[in-house]
Design a protein around this ligand. Structure first.
Ligand SMILES: Nc1ncnc2c1ncn2[C@@H]1O[C@H](COP(=O)(O)OP(=O)(O)OP(=O)(O)O)[C@@H](O)[C@H]1O
Length: 459
C-alpha cells in the first residue's frame, strides 16, 4: 500500500505534514449505544462504592470495566490490557475495594497493595481510591485506611493501612519492616508494561520475595492457593509481556482480559505529523502554542526524549515569556496551561483539561507513541476535541527508525487496524533470572531507601 510517509526516508524534504483525522467524537471505550449499566453489578460491587461511582458522574461502565467485573468473579489472576484512558483504575479498584470490605466485614484483616511505577501516578491512583471509599466511615476512624507512600513514609505498622499504594521498591522496604505475617489477598501491578520491563526487574523480584503470591511460578515463594491474587494492568500488551506475567503467576491461573481497541489509534484524536528540522523546532513549537492559546481553552503537554531536552525546551519557552511547568519536577502544576515532560509523564497520567499533546521529539517506539497519544481522548473527556502533533526531526542516523514509526502509524490508520509489533523492553525475566539468583544466594535484593520515583531512574 503506498503511504505518504514512506518517502520520509529522504533527508532533504522538509515542512511536509499529514493528518490522521478524528473519525468519531466519543472515546471508543465508552460505546455510544449503552451496552452495560452499573445496575448489572449491584450484587457484586459494594453499595457505597457504586454510590460513589455515580456521584463521580460516570454514567455507565466502560467496556473494559464491564469485562473486568465479569472476569473478577472467576478465581484467576487477571491481566487487563486495554487502551489508554479506558478507566482501568476504576476497573480494578472497584471490585478489589468491594472484596476487601466484604472480607473485613467477615472479620478478616485483609490488605491490598497497588504498585505504580512513579510518584506522579501515586497521587492519581490514591485520589481515585479515596473517591471510591468516600462515605464508608461510620465513626471517626476511616473504615478503610489508604496509605500512599508519596509523602515519604519511612515506617509502617500493620494497623496503619488496608490499601497500600506505592512503588515496588518503596513497598518492599516498608513491608520488610513488618514482622508479623500479613493477609494480602490482592496485589495490583498497574502499568504492568513498565513494571515488568527491564528497569524494574530487580525491584519487582525483591517485592515478590516478601509478598506470597497464589499459584506463583516463582519456586520457593509459592504457596499454591494461599497468597495474593494478582491483577496486571496495562495499556499495551506487547509480545513477551504476557510471558513475563507468567514468570510471576502460573499460566493456567492467568486470565487475559483484553479490549478490542488494544493497540489501535484513538479514533477521537486528530493526529498530525510534521517534518521539522532540529533548528526550526522551537519556532514551530511557539507557533503551535500561540495557536492553542488563541483557539483552545485547555492545556498543552509537550513530550521530549530526555530530561536535558525538557530543561532546554522549558527554558527556551520561559525565555520567550511563555510560562510552563515541568511534570515531575514542579510539584504544583495546578493552573499551568503548558506542561513539559519526558516519557515518564506519559504513563497513566490523567491530566485535567488537556487538549493538545506535542511530541517535540519523536517517541522512541510505538509503545511510547500509544502512551503519549493516550494522554488525550480519554473516557473522562467525552466529546472533547483533542489533538496530537508530532515533530518528525530529520536527523541523519535516526531517520530510518523515525520513518518506520510514522509509516506504521499511517498504515494502521489507513487500514483501521491495531499497530503492528508494539515493542516491549522485556528481556529481563523475573522468574528466570533475578529470583533464581536470589534463591541461590539466600537473600533478598537491597533497594535504595531514598528512592521515590523509580521511572526517573529509567529516563
Ligand atoms: N465509566 C467511566 N465513565 C467516564 N469516565 C470514567 C469512567 N471510569 C473512569 N473514568 C475517568 O476516566 C479517566 C481515565 O481513567 P484511568 O486513568 O483509570 O484510565 P486508564 O485506562 O488507567 O488510562 P492509562 O492507560 O493512561 O493509565 C479518569 O479521569 C477517570 O476518572
Amino acid at each position: 500500500m503506498p503511504l505518504f510517509s514512506q518517502y520520509w526516508y529522504n533527508l532533504h524534504w522538509k515542512n511536509e505534514w499529514f493528518t490522521i483525522h478524528r473519525i468519531q467524537r466519543s472515546p471508543a471505550s465508552l460505546p455510544r449505544d449503552i451496552e452495560h449499566i452499573w445496575e448489572q453489578f449491584v450484587n457484586f460491587l459494594d453499595y457505597n462504592i457504586l454510590e460513589n461511582i455515580r456521584r463521580l458522574g460516570f454514567r455507565k461502565p466502560t467496556s473494559i470495566q464491564a469485562c473486568l467485573f465479569d472476569a473478577f468473579l472467576m478465581p484467576y489472576h487477571l491481566f487487563m490490557a486495554a487502551e489508554t484512558g479506558s478507566g482501568k483504575t476504576l476497573a480494578y479498584a472497584a471490585p478489589v475495594l468491594s472484596e476487601i470490605i466484604r472480607m473485613k466485614n467477615a472479620g478478616r484483616n485483609p490488605k491490598a497493595i497497588i504498585l505504580v511505577p512513579s510518584f506522579l501516578l501515586h497521587t492519581q491512583v490514591t485520589t481515585m481510591v479515596k473517591e471510591l471509599v468516600k462515605n464508608l466511615d461510620v465513626g471517626k476512624e476511616p473504615y478503610l485506611k489508604i496509605l500512599s507512600t508519596i509523602h515519604g513514609v519511612n515506617n509502617i505498622n500493620p494497623e496503619d493501612f488496608d490499601i497500600l499504594i506505592s512503588t515496588p521498591g518503596h513497598a518492599t522496604n516498608l513491608l520488610k519492616l513488618i514482622s508479623t505475617p500479613l493477609d494480602i489477598p490482592f496485589v495490583i501491578i498497574d502499568e504492568a508494561d513498565t513494571l515488568l520491563d527491564d528497569g524494574f526487574v530487580e525491584k519487582m523480584a525483591s517485592f515478590l520475595s516478601v509478598v506470597p503470591i497464589k499459584y506463583s511460578s516463582i519456586e520457593g515463594t509459592a504457596s499454591n492457593d494461599k497468597g495474593a491474587r494478582v491483577i496486571f494492568c496495562s495499556a499495551t500488551c506487547p509480545d513477551g509481556l504476557q510471558e513475563l506475567a507468567e514468570g510471576v503467576v502460573q499460566a493456567d491461573y492467568l486470565q487475559l482480559v483484553k479490549s478490542d481497541y488494544l493497540h489501535k489509534l484513538l479514533p477521537n484524536v486528530k493526529q498530525t505529523f510534521i517534518r521539522v528540522r532540529e533548528q526550526d523546532k522551537i519556532p514551530y513549537l511557539i507557533d503551535l502554542i500561540a495557536d492553542d492559546y488563541e483557539s483552545v481553552n485547555g492545556r498543552t503537554l509537550i513530550f521530549c526524549k530526555d530530561n536535558d531536552t525538557v530543561t532546554f525546551v522549558s527554558e527556551k519557552l520561559l525565555g520567550d515569556h511563555i510560562p510552563n511547568k515541568v511534570l515531575g519536577r514542579d510539584h504544583n502544576i495546578e493552573g499551568a496551561r503548558l506542561l513539559v515532560s519526558t516519557d515518564n509523564g506519559s504513563r497513566g497520567m490523567d491530566i485535567p483539561n488537556l487538549r493538545h499533546v506535542i511530541n517535540y521529539d519523536m517517541p522512541r517506539d510505538l509503545a511510547d507513541y500509544i502512551h503519549r497519544l493516550g494522554r488525550v481522548g480519554r473516557c473522562s473527556k467525552s466529546r472533547v476535541n483533542s489533538r496530537v502533533t508530532t515533530f518528525f526531526g530529520a536527523i541523519r542516523g535516526s531517520i530510518g527508525a523515525q520513518t518506520r514509526i510514522v509509516t506504521a502509524i499511517e498504515r494502521a490508520a489507513r487500514l483501521d487496524q491495531p499497530l503492528d509489533d508494539v515493542p516491549a523492553n522485556v528481556k529481563g525475566k523475573i522468574k528466570d533470572q533475578k529470583l533464581r539468583k536470589l534463591e541461590r544466594s539466600g537473600k533478598s535484593l537491597d533497594i535504595d531507601e531514598e528512592e521515590h520515583d523509580e521511572t526517573f531512574d529509567l529516563a
